[in-house]
Design a protein. Structure first.
Lengths: 172, 177
């Protein structure tokens, strides 16, 4: 048994929380152990000093004031349900329906955009840009991530029948 | 409601005193004792009369105080004092107080000194001492209330008593000076 085990058993002996066989062993040891007896006396004095000598503390508020606070709090917590339900219905709408609507709207927008994009990328999109003197043809291939632009002189009759790239080839 | 008001009037000082003895703060003790009364009103149907109404109410306020102390403990960083709660810290090496420091003290003076000494204990030591000495709870009951092991209760109680003995002895030697 360590010193601390003995100290705790000594305390349990004082508090009457030691089983009968251990009580007999403790009494036997105390008969031979001067330090143990001194420690027991100290613990006993402290217990005796505390017993029945708790400070008399009074609530620093008048009976009426203290009761009025309790009564008000009870009343507040027992508020009729309809009022609370009205608030919670609105809160429920705000918390669940509005975000859900927002998400649905965003999904709709994304779907429309995706369908539109699919239509464009499904066929090889070709754009024609025209000006008075210079003509241009654009070819876009999303799979290759490539856009080609043909420029040609509208006044040059030799190129009017067969187009050949004159200018830019842009890699996206 | 009138009957409940009468119960509050009859037991309010005792309930407040228990909250104050654990929290050592007037405002917190007032708030917690008020909360205990509101809670008891809501749970009045659960009161079976197995113990007295005062005892039942005291258990409610003790539990509220313990909850508050746990919340506070979670918020603060671990200190050396806390690490020494179970291991005893300096109390481990303290020599035994051989003279009874409260002998021949007048009742009022004794109460005052005990209150002073209690205020210098840590929350854990004070709580276990209050529950054992003033509420007369057994180790097992304290362990259940404080949600800790019986060994922890015994250790805390031992060091709390040892520290009380030293604090009371110091107060006596200050008086002699």
């Amino acid at each position: 048994m360590t010193d601390h085990d003995f100290e705790l058993k000594l305390q349990a002996y004082l508090d009457g929380e030691l089983a009968a066989p251990e009580t007999a062993m403790m009494e036997d040891r105390l008969g031979r152990d001067q330090e143990g007896r001194l420690l027991l006396a100290e613990l006993r004095n402290t217990c005796a000093a505390l017993a029945g000598h708790e400070a008399e503390i009074k609530l620093p508020e008048t009976r009426e004031f203290f009761w009025s606070k309790i009564e008000r709090e009870i009343g507040r917590q027992e508020q009729p349900a309809p009022a609370a339900a009205g608030v919670s219905w609105f809160t429920w709408l705000r918390r669940h329906v509005l975000p859900a609507t927002g998400i649905a709207f965003a999904v709709c927008l994304m779907s429309i955009w995706a369908v539109h994009r699919g239509k464009i990328s499904g066929q090889f999109a070709e754009m024609e840009l025209a000006s008075d003197d210079v003509g241009a043809y654009t070819y876009s291939d999303p799979q290759q991530k490539m856009t080609m632009v043909w420029f040609y002189d509208r006044n040059d009759n030799s190129q009017s029948t067969e187009l050949s790239p004159l200018g830019n080839v842009e890699e996206e | 409601m009138t009957a409940f008001e009468e119960l509050v009037a009859r037991h309010r000082d005792k309930i407040y005193a228990r909250a104050f003895s654990m929290m050592r703060n007037e405002d917190e003790a007032v708030d917690l004792s008020q909360e205990a009364w509101v809670k008891s009103w809501q749970r009045l149907k659960q009161f079976q009369g197995e113990s007295s109404f005062g005892t039942w109410m005291t258990r409610i306020v003790i539990n509220l105080c313990l909850d508050q102390l746990r919340r506070r403990k979670r918020q603060r960083t671990e200190s050396i004092e806390e690490m020494n709660e179970e291991s005893g810290g300096v109390e481990r090496q303290m020599p035994v107080v051989t003279v009874n420091p409260t002998e021949r003290l007048e009742r009022g003076e004794l109460r005052k000194r005990i209150d002073q000494a209690l205020s210098q204990l840590s929350h854990e030591h004070r709580t276990v001492l209050v529950l054992h000495e003033f509420e007369e709870m057994e180790y097992k009951e304290i362990a259940k209330t404080m949600a800790c092991s019986i060994g922890t209760v015994m250790s805390r109680l031992f060091y709390a008593r040892r520290k009380m003995a030293v604090l009371l002895a110091n107060l006596k030697s200050e008086e002699l000076k």
